[in-house]
Design a protein around this ligand. Structure first.
Ligand code: SF4
Length: 357
């Protein structure tokens, strides 16, 4: 019975993504929601950790929002560090209770919160029985390098411990998956292979498919890092993505199929600087920050509205004149040139021929 309900949700998500190939959806199926900007890292590529946020959305706000917008099928709860919110389980529970068709919940972590506390919360989230829960453990290098880029001594070992804990949980919870999220920048140029080898030596259960790479990006609306320069020159980033593609094994898992397509497009994006697929911002997906401000994506500093001004409903925000202007710019190919996983997956799913060919 449970299996059938899960399959139904997967089918609904797949059909919605398929539908987005042919027409506008009218309401997004994926939301990236930064639940807090508090973060205890000291990353060289992101300045979120410098913030001291006040007045972020409360659990009560999140509950009102979920009640008013119960149609998301995929929710990314991001940060800052999401586990710095003591009510992270209640936030996940709120979405599970109100989103009838929720199939996928994704969350990153920097692994710096106390491991047993995090694993306990992960277990509670898994008990909510969202059909699929995927965690991303941030990892930008091998031991010495990761600690340097993230600015916290011992962070690499904490990531390894978190991975061991999640791997143990996987024997009980089949709906749990996790990957390592590797952000490429000038600080780790040429170090992807070495990082993977070192992680595989620590964790024998890890494969090349366990690594998700992203290009470090500049974003005022999200990373707050417009003053930083960590761009990579030369072909090393493109070569590293090609290397990872060559090492990955085939998997029929839809998430892995899309990831494979994402990597191919990422390699092209690094070489050309051009977005390989038109984004589906504000149609298939939306970004909301921890204050309830709504944006097309984490990369586009163009606020469309705030849920507190619309009694927590997204509909008037997504169909206001500012939103229509953003959609027009996307159609004309005038969106900011960025290719991040937060936006790319739904863009690929909405242009399925680019995944196949
Ligand atoms: S990249 Fe993540 S862990 Fe690093 S400062 Fe930004 S939010 Fe924190």
């Amino acid at each position: 019975m449970v299996k059938m309900a899960e399959t139904k949700k997967l089918i609904k998500l797949s059909l919605t993504a398929l539908k987005s190939n042919f027409k506008e959806l009218g309401q997004p199926y994926k939301m990236t929601f930064s639940i807090t900007y508090w973060c205890q890292s000291r990353c060289l590529t992101c300045d979120i950790w410098q913030l001291r946020p006040k007045g972020e959305l409360t659990l009560d706000d999140v509950q009102k929002f979920a009640m008013k917008n119960p149609y998301f099928k995929w929710i990314e709860l991001t940060g800052g560090e999401p586990f710095m919110r003591s009510d992270v389980v209640e936030i996940a529970r709120t979405f599970k209770e109100h989103m009838n068709d929720l199939y996928l919940l994704t969350m990153p972590t920097n692994s710096l919160c106390e491991k047993n506390m995090v694993l306990n919360k992960v277990r509670q989230i898994l008990e909510l029985k969202v059909p699929r829960f995927i965690m991303t453990l941030s990892l930008d290098g091998n031991r010495e390098l990761h600690d340097k880029i993230r600015g916290v001594k011992g962070n690499f070992d904490k990531v390894m411990d978190m991975a061991r804990g999640l791997h143990e949980l996987q024997s009980t919870y089949k709906n749990l998956d996790f990957v390592f999220g590797y952000t490429m920048s000038k600080y780790n140029a040429g170090m992807l292979a070495k990082t993977i080898e070192d992680v595989k030596a620590e964790l024998p259960f890890v494969t090349y498919n366990s690594f998700h790479v992203n290009m470090g990006q500049i974003s005022d609306v999200y990373y707050k890092n417009t003053g930083l320069d960590f761009s990579i020159t030369g072909n090393s980033a493109s070569d590293e993505v090609k290397y990872l593609i060559s090492k990955r094994h085939f998997s029929a898992d839809p998430a892995q199929v899309i990831e494979g397509a994402f990597l191919k497009k990422l390699e092209k994006y690094i070489r050309t600087g051009k977005i390989p697929v038109r984004s589906r911002s504000l149609d298939a997906s939306v970004f909301m920050d921890s204050y309830g401000n709504v944006y097309p994506s984490i990369m586009w500093d163009r606020k469309i509205g705030n849920i507190k001004e619309t009694d927590y409903s997204l509909f008037p925000i997504l169909h206001c004149s500012e939103a229509n202007e953003v959609k027009r710019l996307i159609k004309e190919g005038k969106e900011p040139s960025a290719w991040t996983a937060c936006e790319a997956y739904q863009a690929l799913a909405g242009d399925i021929k680019t995944v196949i060919f």
